[in-house]
Design a protein around this ligand. Structure first.
Ligand SMILES: [Zn+2]
Length: 463
């Protein structure tokens, strides 16, 4: 039985192997999967559908995949502006994160999931936090797909700085608690939620923790992720503490492999880029946080070359503390930042950037057999943009408009597993006004706990 048919779409970007773009397109969905894709007339010939969506004036894409987002950082918007990597982490974000209680975390996660969904994201990889159960529960309720992980650190004092007391645990505690999360949360909510391992960064992790987490990831058949090579400070700290750059250290530990996801990697050296390629390591670019915090990933980075060489490079919005959590806007930054620093308008064409936010994100999530393109047999995850808005006109090429002029604000409909989560710009699975009101109500107490009020107050007189 055809449960749902999307028909008469002006444009449909399949992102399939041939990268077909279909005009006057339709998609049939049966039992949560894509049953057929093609021209409206040929799809209608398959017989009647239970329900139809009229997609005239719309562009249909695979559900967008945000490959790196800190859901618990959503309440930190405005707390970490105009600071570099060291200050950002040790004076702003760790004190913020250390102050969050469970209720604060829930408000943050709900707000983040709402913003992701509104902006067309169907799958995301959470960067790892201390409340993966809440992340899983909210995503389960929202109807989306995600990967959760428990955050792991076992070095509390590094060359980068000292961690708050709330994060201090032994290597054994880190390993045991991370394993418990994978046991509890991997493949829950009809398989929509997966659980992975994570170490937050190289400089706050012992060799034993890194090797232990990779062994667990291999044993459970899941991924392991970490921030790596994202600023001059992380590279210099690694050299000072371990006598090797970050990816070289991981190579020595034998943990490079196709289930390893590296976040940023802009400061990777020539040798480290080779290691990424040779071991089929996955990478996520997050242009907005690098631009906002002056990490240098764009100026130093070689992601365009990695992409051309076939490395799976996804796209992540990273966190609200660098402003935007809007993947279409993130696409614009990823496409344009390299053009500017290299004085080369041809680098990072929009086709590559849409691949980052769809099929390559699916490869990063180790779920490309399941999502990332609109093809018969895959799960029915779709994002539908309303082009009857000024920023979409004139519409000569939807690939160009999606990357260069659209934002998440033009998302009209979001579908996951054939279920409609958002329609006509309205989220159906979460109570939007309640989440926004709860965040606004809770913000003053969170700010007070971080003791950052004076530092972040408006610089202009407030009366
Ligand atoms: Zn991050």
């Amino acid at each position: 039985m055809i449960d749902l048919r999307i028909e008469q779409a002006d444009w449909l970007l399949t992102v399939d192997h041939q990268r077909r773009i279909i005009r006057d397109a339709a998609v049939d969905i049966e039992a949560g999967r894509i049953a057929a894709v093609g021209k409206t007339a040929e799809i209608r010939a398959r017989g009647p559908a239970q329900k139809t969506i009229d997609a005239r004036g719309m562009v249909v894409t695979p559900g967008l995949i945000d490959s790196h987002i800190h859901t618990t950082f959503q309440m930190s918007r405005g707390l970490a502006d105009e600071v570099g990597s060291r200050k950002f982490l040790f004076e702003r974000m760790y004190p913020y994160e250390g102050a969050l209680d469970e209720d604060d975390a829930r408000v943050s996660i709900e707000l983040c999931v709402l913003e992701l969904l509104r902006n067309g994201v169907t799958t995301f990889i959470d960067a790892g936090n201390y409340q993966p159960q809440i992340t899983a529960e909210v995503v389960g309720r929202a109807g989306m797909r995600c990967i959760v992980a428990r955050s792991s650190f076992d070095v509390t004092q590094s060359a980068m700085g000292a961690l708050p007391a709330a994060f201090i645990e032994t290597t054994e505690q880190s390993l045991t608690r991370a394993e418990a999360v994978v046991k509890e949360l991997h493949r829950v909510f009809d398989g929509r939620v997966h659980a992975w391992f994570q170490f937050r960064g190289l400089n706050n992790s012992t060799d034993r923790l890194i090797v232990g987490l990779k062994q667990l990831a291999d044993r459970y058949g899941v991924g392991v992720q970490t921030h790596a090579c994202f600023a001059r400070s992380t590279m210099e700290s690694s050299q000072a503490q371990h006598g090797a750059t970050e990816i070289e250290r991981m190579a020595k530990l034998g943990v490079l492999g196709p289930n390893l996801l590296l976040i940023h990697a802009g400061w990777a050296t020539e040798r480290e880029l080779e290691l990424i390629r040779d071991h089929n390591v996955k990478v996520v670019a997050a242009a907005s946080s690098s631009l906002h915090n002056a990490y240098g990933n764009i100026r130093m980075g070689h992601l365009p070359e990695l992409i051309e060489q076939g490395v799976a490079v996804g796209l992540g919005s990273d966190h609200a503390s660098s402003g935007i959590v809007d993947l279409p806007q993130e696409m614009f930054l990823a496409a344009c930042a390299y053009k500017e620093v290299r004085e080369n308008p041809e680098v990072m064409p929009p086709e590559r950037v849409i691949e980052m936010a769809t099929i390559n994100g699916a490869r990063c999530a180790l779920r490309d057999g399941e999502v990332g393109s609109i093809e018969a047999g895959k799960r029915a995850d779709l994002t539908i943009f309303d082009t009857r808005r000024p920023e979409w006109q004139p519409l000569y090429n939807p690939v160009a408009n999606l990357v260069y002029s659209a934002t998440g604000k033009s998302v009209d409909t979001v579908i996951v597993d054939g279920h409609i989560l958002m329609r006509g710009g309205r989220v159906l699975t979460l109570d939007e006004s309640e989440i926004i009101e709860a965040a606004a109500r809770r913000a003053p107490a969170i700010l007070a706990k971080t003791r950052l009020e004076k530092l972040i107050a408006p610089k202009w007189p407030v009366s």
